[in-house]
Design a protein around this ligand. Sequence first.
Ligand SMILES: Nc1ncnc2c1ncn2[C@@H]1O[C@H](COP(=O)(O)OP(=O)(O)OP(=O)(O)O)[C@@H](O)[C@H]1O
Length: 285
Amino acid sequence: MSDASDITTAPATAPVVPDAAVQVSGVDKIFTGKKKATVTALESIDLTVAPGEFVSLIGPSGCGKSTLLRLIADLDTPSTGTVTVFGKTARQARIDQEYGIAFQQAGLLPWRTVTGNIELPLELHGVGGAARKARVSELLALVGLSDFAESYPDQLSGGMQQRVAIARALAESPRLLLMDEPFGALDEMTRERMQTELVRITGETGAAVVFVTHSIPEAVYLSNRVVVMSPRPGRIRDVLTVSLGTAQERTEELRENEAFFENVSKVRELLHGEAPVGIRGVETR
Ligand SMILES: Nc1ncnc2c1ncn2[C@@H]1O[C@H](COP(=O)(O)OP(=O)(O)OP(=O)(O)O)[C@@H](O)[C@H]1O
């Protein structure tokens, strides 16, 4: 376990890793709205995520967190610059299913059972029945839902639905997970449980994660690095390396640990850089 002296800030661009999970280089994103008015959502974004690394994006509402995640997922394209995922263009990585996605709404199909939802990506990619059954059974165990295989989404709590969504995102054993506030709609206790589960799951699978959140403690608890963004135009203000140990060491007790609080304070200070109090859209709890 580390102490507060491990808190360091690092340049936004990590050393170039040839097999980086994500490499964002010189990216701007400009939206053109009505009457040709433009919004510079992102400016000069450089970010590298290493394989197996957990990176959170945090910043005030409108600073471009979701836009950055959408560019990585090839749900939109940069105005300038490049995005690569495991050395492939974002488009090719999407075609090759290099990542799983989970958003704030679980987005489950209500007419399919838990099993039916989790196996959907496997079905779409022609995985045979027996292999699907075996994989779903592994995933159900991983997210602690083995007893709910035949339940329907409306028979599950919000936290259980999110676990199904995470299992679905993990179905094809992606090396990368892209998550946009996946726990934002959950109550605080469930949210903390889900965070603990996500740390355990990513520790077990070795997947890299890019995770958008409004919660400073959530970002600190989960991450190897926290990327702090500033708005208008959305830029990377700073990157905090969080040295709170391996996934196995990130237990519930960590939340009461002094080093944890030190890191929370540090992120808060970085966020408040220019505005001392009350940044809209960032939770300090
Ligand atoms: N499709 C779009 N067309 C025009 N402007 C957009 C579009 N998508 C996002 N924007 C603008 O880009 C900026 C960044 O939006 P984005 O949703 O990425 O921010 P965010 O940091 O994820 O916000 P929040 O924390 O509130 O979810 C905002 O000013 C937003 O209005």
